[in-house]
Design a protein around this ligand. Structure first.
Ligand SMILES: Cc1ncc(COP(=O)(O)O)c(C=O)c1O
Length: 426
């Protein structure tokens, strides 16, 4: 019999971990690498925390925190976020992020991208509706759509083995049609499609024409299409990629079925500030957020600090150039190491990840073997990466390397250890 000290959903939520590497990550936090104090400590390459960004923003954010607090900060404000903060986001989107006109009324603030995902899916779909996400994908989507909204995930497999070509990771209309048929056959409704661009874990990005094609299909079939642009400014310079924010396509269509999520967590390395937003022209959605989002809202003090950051154009002009150059330097360090080891990887346009194929080092093509190699890298190199298992893909041996999780000098040490392990120890 079900115990009465917790509900069924509480029991379910408490018994599932959002990701495979969480327990080992918390263990590693107590034994982190330090050049002098702990040279044998753990080098983290698994958590999407951008140390390069934080190091560049730290001083400025400390300075904004010293600004005297205006009156509105102390009280309640609009549940979608104070209008001054939503205006700051609109300015930021217009100037840097999406380069098109943005009405602050189409923006609602939430506690990180997670808060945005939870409230949007809660309001757009009914329990047991299906959310389609191409695999491999950010593993925590699973929890974000299930715990509050009771939705199901459909992992769309665009390909089955590892591929070094970005086009193999992108969804086609045929695949969307097939997903729709599969879902309807099981008596369910394909309600939402989510893509992440630039993507976690693959680092691919969708270009304008690709987004337009998918958007038209979704509008025609009344499927909500959300593009998660949490890595919107974390793009590498010197790639052929033509970045287009989905906001531009939304502006052309003005449809109730198109939405965008973003946050400051990654582009500024401040995930702890818990600040994200939803951009949508769907008035019913915005009204729903106004009534339900207090529990997912962001402290006014944080809103005030972030508003200063997002409107500090002299700083932002410099910051994005420096940030993207530093990202590229670290990216090249890792990819050159992988080249020497002989590990294939997917060419990147942005995000914080390198999706690399270590399957030739597995004893066999199985989940157990993937976990064995992952733990061996942790134990012998003191390096923690994320195994691909749990990201919804049917392939074994792909790992995600979060290269800006370390500052450059520490990344150099990590890459030396990785190279030594694969070329000398095995
Ligand atoms: C694709 C994606 N969405 C959402 C999140 C969660 O972001 P936040 O910390 O802003 O809630 C992450 C974090 O890694 C992510 O990669």
């Amino acid at each position: 019999m079900q115990s009465r000290n917790i509900s069924k959903r509480g029991l379910k939520a408490g018994s599932s971990s959002p990701r495979i590497d969480l327990e080992i990550y918390f263990e590693a936090l107590g034994n982190l690498y330090h050049k002098k104090e702990n040279p044998e400590g753990i080098l983290l390459l698994n958590m999407a925390e951008n140390k390069l960004a934080w190091n560049l923003c730290k001083e400025k954010i400390n300075a904004y925190s010293q600004t005297p607090i205006p009156e509105w900060v102390a009280g309640y404000t609009d549940i979608k976020g104070d209008i001054s903060t939503r205006e700051a986001i609109a300015d930021y989107m217009e100037n840097y992020f999406s380069k098109c006109e943005i009405n602050p009324d189409t923006i609602a603030i939430a506690s990180g991208a997670t808060g945005a995902i939870e409230v949007t899916t809660f309001l757009l779909a009914n329990p047991n509706d299906v959310v389609v996400i191409p695999s491999p994908s950010y593993s925590v989507y699973d929890q974000d759509i299930k715990h509050y909204s009771g939705l199901e995930k459909y992992c769309l497999q665009t390909h089955t083995s590892f591929s070094s070509s970005a086009s193999d990771y992108k969804i086609s209309i045929d695949q969307l049609e097939k997903a729709k048929k599969d879902i309807e056959k099981s008596g369910k409704d394909f309600k939402i499609l989510i893509i992440t661009s630039p993507d976690n874990p693959t680092g691919i990005g969708y270009e304008s024409e690709e987004l337009k094609t998918i958007a038209s299909w979704c509008i025609a079939h009344e499927v909500h299409f959300v593009v998660n642009e949490i890595y919107g400014m974390t793009v590498l310079p010197n790639t052929h990629f033509q970045k287009t924010s989905f906001a531009q396509i939304m502006s052309e269509h003005q449809s109730d079925f198109l939405h965008l999520w973003s946050a400051v967590s990654k582009d500024f390395g401040i995930s702890g500030f818990r600040f994200g937003w939803i951009h949508s022209h769907n008035e019913a959605l915005m009204n729903g957020i106004s009534q339900t989002n207090l529990g997912h809202s962001v402290s006014n003090h944080t809103q005030f600090i972030i508003s200063q950051l997002l409107t500090d154009t002299p700083f932002l002009d410099r910051y994005f150039v420096d940030f993207q150059q530093q990202m590229e330097k670290s990216y090249l360090l890792v990819t050159k190491t992988l080249d020497r080891i002989g590990v294939p990887y997917l060419e990147n346009i942005g995000s914080m990840f390198i999706w690399a194929d270590f399957s030739s080092f597995l004893n066999e093509g199985s989940y157990a073997s993937e976990m064995e190699l992952w733990k061996d890298i942790y134990n012998k190199c003191q390096i923690l990466v994320t195994p691909g298992g749990g990201m919804g893909h049917q392939y074994f041996g792909a790992f995600r390397i979060v290269y800006p999780n370390l500052v450059y000098n520490d990344l150099v040490i990590a890459m030396k250890k990785l190279e030594h392990y694969f070329l000398k120890e095995r």
